[in-house]
Each structure stands twice: as structure tokens, then as C-alpha cells.
Design a protein around this ligand. Structure first.
Ligand SMILES: C[S@@+](CC[C@H](N)C(=O)[O-])C[C@H]1O[C@@H](n2cnc3c(N)ncnc32)[C@H](O)[C@@H]1O
Length: 283
């Protein structure tokens, strides 16, 4: 590795050169690929997230890395584009995050339980959210609940963690009762970890999905309920509108979309009406 040392900010010694033009290009590329709008102030974040890729691929500057990424073709290029996206997503999540949604979910599941239900948890990150949905379904409708969940994210690394279903036993948001009921505790080398029980895992199908995709129909039959939380905050208004149109198509009429605490779509009245606190009903 021939890393150059350069100063890329006021007083900051940096291993790799990240020019203003490189930063602008990175912002354009992640917007095109993932719809994510990175603010001007995110230069340090971009540096810390992507410098690992430069090190791992043996590039000596951001401009060299970007030039190579944009010119590369074939499977290696696709794999690196995925790494690029994985590095720039923000994956904060927790079990039963925004607990009021899970109280509402119990009622919504009961009201619709007469037929098999299809749920979609997108932008699901490391899986705490879809497993919280599955736990709620089992607790509300019983272990034989006719509920199937699709769990997706653009980031293949977090999706692999979700599919593994292994978490630290002190994970945030999970009560001791739920831990006991829905997880198997590790022992020996696995002490301090727990694995989701098979009855929860088998309810969930994991698949990568980019909300910028043009092929929403690949998701299959329309959903009864969709969780799309804390991802649209990264999108600009035009991108949010496109995603809302996709959500509208992906939901059954009368289906519900649960969104994050700081996300407000009351302007999209032609698509959704506010049904509860950050819960929208498809028009
Ligand atoms: C802050 S996390 C939210 C996790 C979870 N929904 C929650 O509320 O706890 C945002 C997630 O959105 C995903 N994401 C970002 N852009 C995306 C896109 N274009 N398509 C699908 N997922 C995306 C990220 O990979 C990340 O895992």
C-alpha cells in the first residue's frame, strides 16, 4: 500500500487526499445509486467511512479510487459499488424502536387477522426491526399466525446480519421476557449472544432491495402493512415522492405505512391519509 499523507482540513492530518471535487463526486454518486442526499457538512463522515475501502483496495487517494470505480466493469465493479453504498448508509436501529408503533401494530394485526397477512419491513438494517414485527405478530396472533414478512435493505452487509439473527444479549429495547420467549441464549464461546428462534426466522424472507429501484413489482403481491422508518429522512423531496408512489403501488388499498418519528407525508394526500401518529393509510 502506497498511501500518501496529506492535510485535508483545517489542521487535520489525513492518510488520503479528499478534495472538494472528490467529495462532490461522492455526493453525486451516492445520490444516483441510493437516493441519499449527503449534506455539505458530511465530509469527515465520508472520509472515515470510505477510507477503509481505499486501504482494502490499495488506492492511494479518493480521486484514484473514484476514477477506478467509475471505469471498472463486470462483477468486481458491481461488488465494489455495493461496498461503496454499504459504507455510506447509516444503520442505527433497535428492537421495538418507537414503541407506540408496536402497540398500534397489535391492533392492526388483530383487525386484519381473518386472512393471511403480508408485511414488508424495508430499510430494515441489521434486523432488530423485522424481528420486532415478527415477535409482535406471534405475541398477538399466536405461533401459528398466518403472517409472512419480507425484510429488505439496500445494504447487503446489514442484511446478512439480519438474516443471521444473532445479537448481544444486552441489545437495546428487548425485555428479559421477550429475550426468553423468542431467543436461544448462547453458551461457551457464544456466551453473551442470543439467536432468534426458528419460528420467528421462518416467518421472514430476506432480500436486498433498493428503494430507488424501478422494479417494485418484483416484490410480489401487494402488502397489508409496510414499515418504512427512518430512511426517507436521507432523501430529498423529489426522491421521497417517488418512493411514496412506489409504496402506494406496493400496498393494498387500505394498507398501512408506518414511518419514522421525524417523517411527515401529510402533503401526499393523493396517496396516503394520516391514520395515527406517524402511521399512514394508503388511499
Ligand atoms: C437509520 S436506518 C433505519 C433502520 C430501521 N428502519 C429503523 O427505523 O430502526 C436506515 C436504513 O436505510 C437503508 N437505506 C438507505 N438508503 C436506502 C435505499 N435507497 N433503499 C433501501 N434501503 C436504504 C440503510 O441501509 C439503513 O439500513
Amino acid at each position: 500500500m502506497n498511501a500518501v499523507t496529506t492535510t485535508a482540513g483545517p489542521g487535520a492530518e489525513q492518510e488520503f487526499a479528499l478534495s472538494a471535487a472528490d467529495f462532490t463526486r461522492i455526493r453525486e454518486l451516492i445520490y444516483q445509486r441510493a437516493g441519499i442526499s449527503l449534506h455539505e457538512g458530511k465530509q469527515a463522515m465520508v472520509y472515515s467511512r470510505l477510507s477503509r475501502r481505499l486501504r482494502e483496495t490499495g488506492r492511494t487517494s479518493f480521486s484514484q479510487y473514484l476514477q477506478w470505480l467509475e471505469q471498472a466493469r463486470g462483477a468486481d465493479a458491481e461488488a465494489e459499488w455495493q461496498q461503496f453504498v454499504n459504507c455510506l448508509t447509516t444503520n442505527l436501529t433497535a428492537f421495538f424502536r418507537e414503541p407506540h408503533h408496536f402497540e398500534a401494530l397489535q391492533l392492526d394485526l388483530r383487525a386484519r387477522a381473518a386472512r393471511p397477512l403480508r408485511l414488508w419491513c424495508n430499510a430494515a438494517s441489521t434486523g432488530e426491526e423485522p424481528y420486532s414485527l415478527a415477535m409482535t405478530a406471534v405475541e398477538t396472533l399466536g405461533a401459528s399466525a398466518q403472517v409472512k414478512l419480507v425484510c429488505s435493505d439496500i445494504d447487503t452487509k446489514v442484511l446478512a446480519t439480519a438474516e443471521r439473527g444473532v445479537y448481544a444479549t444486552d441489545a437495546r429495547g428487548l425485555s428479559p421476557e421477550r429475550l426468553k420467549r423468542h431467543f436461544l441464549r448462547g453458551s461457551g464461546a457464544n456466551a453473551g449472544f442470543m439467536r432468534v428462534k426458528p419460528e420467528l426466522a421462518r416467518m421472514i424472507e430476506f432480500r436486498p432491495f433498493n428503494l430507488m429501484s424501478a422494479s417494485w413489482s418484483a416484490l410480489g403481491e401487494p402488502f397489508d402493512l409496510v414499515f418504512c422508518r427512518n430512511v426517507m429522512i436521507y432523501f430529498d423531496n423529489a426522491t421521497q415522492r417517488k418512493v411514496l408512489e412506489g409504496m402506494h403501488r406496493a400496498l393494498k388499498p387500505g394498507g398501512l405505512m408506518y414511518v419514522g418519528h421525524s417523517e411527515n407525508f401529510t402533503d401526499a394526500r393523493d396517496l396516503f391519509r394520516l391514520r395515527g401518529k406517524t402511521i399512514y393509510e394508503r388511499v
